[in-house]
Design a binder for this molecule. Structure first.
Ligand code: NDP
Length: 500
């Protein structure tokens, strides 16, 4: 792209005008034990090694609780419990009964949503406004949605009978801990499978609270088992011969390793991996709405979003105007205490992730990109990153191709529709994309030609349990959500009905 004008007008000074009184959410609803064990066969049980690890609040660096670390022996115990529950109870439970359990879990989540939202912000660093208004409502919605499917599988797959696959091993990341658990658990249970779930090491606590809800819902023991630990625990689960299906969300690197580990086995798998989505803004777009969409696309959840709009493709004719407005809007973003209701950008999930982001900030500068960061002050303790934008980015730059997974936007410009499509597709990923234009025909053309699982038009980062989600290329394979999300968990057999 052409070098941005160095003499652009200085960002507006919002200090003083935009100072809000603190509005912290109380942590009282969250009662944490000092230590959490593994959840196997309906009970909390200690890890066989006796080892544990701390779960740290990334905004304060304080330990919230310690969590048991499952080794391969514990994973084996959990898989056996899941198999027993599958063969003895769950695969024989009537579909409408399975649905009732899921409805019950959904309602209990709603009842405890405030507590769970606060915990999610404490353990993961995300702003309370997002965990309260986005994560938790979507968690409950996923359970409700799949509860509804449980006794309607004949309608989902007309002319076919369905059978569950068996025991599912599910490995989830730290960016949407409870939501990713819901995405994985709800369709698996609705279709009659049992599960061993491995949450991410830095965000296990909400899954363990969910275990309490599972107990309260009287779900038969062993239908859901939760093994906490780091990557090695996940790898043990993937390798375990008693698993019939793996569902993984996380990095492309680990996804590739999982695929290698599964080669030659009969295990089914779905992989939901990284992304480097293009958010494409044309000159006829509603500029102010587009600015909001760009902000939401990259700064939602600190940019820890696989489908984040991390590459902004701007039509050259509006680049100066839009970037000026974008800089002004970025300057208003409030970074700080995740539990404060004013906060727009919370804490980076872990020290390791902050180091990854900083590494990319160094790479971007070295590659010749111009860095723009807002001037906000950051808390002294905790892991933080200012809203950041790379200008003067070329397609060959690492910061234009690789997933940074932080509040860092790379900006490139284009002149024609064809060029925008070519640039948008010029990355190894293909998870999501955005298109901003006043013209419906352009929306159809661009969204059809973007090689991405989800394309949003004049909006970004909208999620719904009825909509399938998943990627192409190195963003993975398989779909989660909606009717498509049932498919990985069922074996289909033709009934012969409906044939001519
Ligand atoms: P990982 O892919 O390592 O983590 C995802 C999950 O997989 C976690 O539960 C992790 O456990 C587990 N895991 C790690 N190694 C293995 C393994 N060999 N076999 C099975 N499971 C494993 O992501 P990271 O946390 O390391 O993040 C690194 C980068 O990945 C980020 O910077 C980001 O770019 C990307 N990422 C993408 C996500 C997405 O949704 N697309 C989500 C998270 C990360 P544990 O965390 O306990 O080590």
């Amino acid at each position: 792209m052409a070098k941005s004008k160095k003499k652009s007008s200085p960002p507006l000074q919002f200090k003083g005008i935009w100072d809000y009184a603190p509005a912290p959410e109380s942590t009282d609803p969250v009662q944490l034990r000092d230590h959490y064990d593994l959840f196997i066969g309906g009970q909390f049980v200690p890890a066989s090694s006796g080892k544990s690890f701390p779960s740290i609040n990334p905004a304060t660096e304080k330990t919230l609780a310690t969590v048991s670390e499952a080794n391969s022996k514990d994973v084996g115990r959990a898989v056996r419990a899941a198999r027993k529950a599958y063969e003895g109870v769950w695969s024989k439970t009537k579909p409408a009964e399975r649905g009732k359990y899921l409805f019950r879990i959904a309602r209990l989540i709603q009842e405890r949503s405030r507590e769970l939202a606060i915990l999610e912000s404490m353990d993961g660093g995300k702003p309370i406004r997002e965990s309260r208004d986005i994560d938790l409502p979507l968690v409950a919605a996923h359970f409700f949605h799949y509860a509804g499917w449980a006794d309607k599988l004949d309608y989902a797959f007309p002319g076919k009978t369905t059978a569950p696959v068996g025991v599912a091993g599910q490995v989830i990341p730290w960016n949407f801990p409870l939501l990713m658990a819901a995405w994985k658990l709800a369709p698996a249970l609705a279709t009659g499978n049992t599960v061993v779930l491995k949450p991410a090491e830095t965000t296990s606590l909400s899954a363990l609270k969910l275990a309490e809800i599972i107990q309260d819902a009287d779900l038969p023991p062993g239908v859901i088992n939760i093994v906490t630990g780091a990557g090695e625990t996940g790898a043990s689960l993937v390798r375990h011969p008693g698993i019939d299906k793996i569902a993984f969300t996380g990095s492309t690197e680990v996804g590739k390793n999982i695929r290698k580990a599964l080669a030659g086995t009969n295990k089914r798998f779905t992989l939901e991996l990284g992304g480097k989505a293009a958010n494409v803004v044309f000159e006829d777009a509603p500029i102010d709405q587009a600015v909001e969409g760009i902000i939401n696309g990259i700064f939602f959840n600190q940019g820890h979003v696989c489908c984040a709009g991390s590459r902004l493709l701007l039509q050259e004719s509006i680049a100066d105007l839009l970037l000026r407005k974008l800089k002004d809007r970025m300057e208003t973003l409030i970074v700080g205490d995740p539990l404060d209701k004013n906060t727009d950008i919370g804490a980076i999930n872990s020290k390791a992730q902050l180091e990854t982001i900083r590494k990319y900030l160094r790479i971007g500068k070295r590659e010749g990109a111009t860095v723009h960061q807002t001037s906000c002050s950051l808390p002294r303790k905790g892991y933080w990153c200012r809203p950041t934008m790379f200008l003067d980015v070329a397609q060959s730059h690492q910061v234009a191709k690789e997933e940074i997974f932080g509040p860092v936007l790379s900006v490139l410009t284009f002149r024609t529709v064809d060029e925008a499509i070519q640039m948008a597709n010029n990355v190894p990923y293909g998870l999501s994309g955005g298109v901003w234009t006043d013209k419906g025909s352009k929306i159809f053309r661009v969204s059809n030609e973007l090689r991405a699982g989800v394309v949003w038009a004049n909006t970004f980062n909208k999620f719904d349990p009825t909509a399938p989600f998943g990627g192409y290329k190195e963003s993975g394979m398989g779909r989660e959500g909606g009717l498509h999300g049932l498919m990985p968990y069922v074996k289909l057999q033709s009934t012969g009905r409906g044939k001519g």
